[in-house]
Structure formats: structure tokens, C-alpha cells
Design a protein around this ligand. Sequence first.
Ligand code: ADP
Ligand code: MG
Length: 328
Amino acid sequence: KQLASQIAAGEVVERPASVVKELLENAVDAGGTHVLCEIRNAGKVLIRVRDNGSGIVKEDLPLALAPHATSKISSVEDLAAITTLGFRGEALASIASVSKLVLTSKTADEENAYSVSVEGPEQNPTVKPAAHPTGTTVDVGELFFNTPARRRFLKSDRTEFARIKDIFTRIALAHPDVGFEFISDSKTVTRVSPAKGEGIDLRRTTTLIGAEFGVQGMRVICEDPNLRIEGMILPPPREEEALSEKIYIFLNGRPLADKVVTHALKEGFFEVLGKTLPIRCVLYMEIDPAKVDVNVHPRKDEVRFHETTLIHDLIVDSIVYALRKNGI
Ligand code: ADP
Ligand code: MG
């Protein structure tokens, strides 16, 4: 059983960023307004995620750490529909089997908070009283303390940090109605409130993908019956700046890594600039779900547009328009 849970853990928990992803998704699912992610040493020493959401009732705390414990699937049909996406109800159990995990929570109806802690696969957690406002905190300490091979496989702090930051950014962009905060080694890296106003909140979005550049994002819009886009692009970097590309695309609310969209973005920039530079942008696209096939590859966030050329050209046009409108 011990081995089985650690093998399962390998599937879900490859590195600190995978832990951050699962914990942030749980925090968002809990329906609060604020999510805090705090790490030490690129998540190798500590990953802490706190939310002010629903909380978990005392009796359910040990269950949340048990394999196959999910409160999110209630029928066999649900399960069949969802297994292609991975290991539902496995994340916390898997993370617990390769770390020193403390889960602390309080619901609005309960007077007291409670916590459970486990170290590795020896999982007979006892529930203890704790101090915590309504919501949940998960502390994942010393990730892979009992699986040295996996720990050695981790990259430098710099690389692991970059992966965590990318996951944090992606999830914060996917949930504009939630405030997010990211602290690394006691320093605030990013902090955003829930989005304000109609459409894309340029300030919030710029803070998430471009604050370090000290630039103002430009709005991208498309209002075609076949495609709606709300987006933001950062001004192209000066040539001497060696910046990495940051492209975040969402289709009907879900993250997307798509060659057609990426190609269209590059073409739009090329048409105006006459050269290729790293692109930094966020696009929220809405397309009639009947005009997209989503299940091309369930793990890779790929899709197939029925009218590929049309979608491609609409994206190019909106990028060109946005750049020109801003005098670029
Ligand atoms: P899943 O998210 O697939 O259900 P997890 O292992 O990630 O599985 O979580 C197990 C269960 O623990 C969830 O179904 C949920 O009931 C509970 N849980 C985990 N994190 C939180 C949280 N931050 N707030 C409230 N409940 C949570
Ligand atoms: Mg989960």
C-alpha cells in the first residue's frame, strides 16, 4: 500500500510546481475570495497554500487525505467522464505520502478550527484543535523527504521557482474573480485583487505577467460572431532585452496551448514590426463549443478549430489592430 501510494504520487507530484498546481486548484474550488501561496527554497522546504473558502468540517479532515477521497464526484458517470484528466481525489493523498503535510481548516458553521498532520505514507492522522479563520491552509513541508531519488531529480531553485511562478500566474489569470498573493522566502512576489470593471482588468493582468517590466499593457479585442477575444499584450521588448516569451491563452475559460493561436500571434506581431520578438500576452477567447473539438489530447490542452483559417486570421487582425491603435 505504501509503495502504491508513492507510485501514484509520482504521477501527480513530479516537482514543487505540481504540488502548487493541485493546492491552488483546490483553494479556488473552495470558493473563497483570496488565495495565498507561500514557498521557501523554491518549494523544496515549504509550500503553503491558504484560502478563505468553504473550509472542511472536522469529520472530513482525515478523509481529505485518504486516497480516492473527493467531494467533487458523486456518480460513476462523473468518474468516467473525468478520469481522462488524471487522478481525481488523489492529489492530497499523493502529496501527503511524499511530504510532511499539515491540513488546517475551519468552516463558517464551526466554532473551532482543526488540523491533521501526516508524515509520509504512514497515514493515520489524528485531528487536533487549531487556530485558523474560516477557510483552509495546507502546509507541505520537506517535499520528497522520503524519496531521495525524486528529490535529487529536482532542478535548481531558480528553475523550480520559475515553474511555480508560471503555474501561479496561469491559475490567477484563469480566475479573475479571486485575489491572489505569492510570497517566496518571505518576500511578496505578486499580489492582485479580484478583477475590477467590465472586461479584462488591464492593471491586474499587467501585474500578473508584466509588472517587472514597468510597462502598460494594451487591450486586444475581437467581436466577431465566430470569435470573441478579450486580451492584453505587452509592448514588444527593446531588442537588447533578452526576455522570455509569456503566452497565456484561455478558450472558453480553460487554458490552451495551441499552435494555431500561437502562430497567429506571431504573425500579427510580425506584420506590424517586420521582425520576431518574444511575445508577452494573455488572451481570453470565446468560441461556440460546437465549433471546437476539445479532446484532441486531454492532457495537453490542445483543441481543433473547425474553421481554423478563419480563427487564425481573426486573431492576426485583432493583434495588428491593437498594435497600430497604440502607435506601434
Ligand atoms: P479533488 O480535488 O480531486 O477532489 P484532492 O485530493 O485534491 O481531490 O482533495 C480531496 C478533497 O479534499 C476535495 O474533494 C475537497 O473535499 C477537500 N479539499 C481539499 N482542499 C480543500 C480546500 N482548500 N478547501 C476545501 N476543501 C478542500
Ligand atoms: Mg484537487
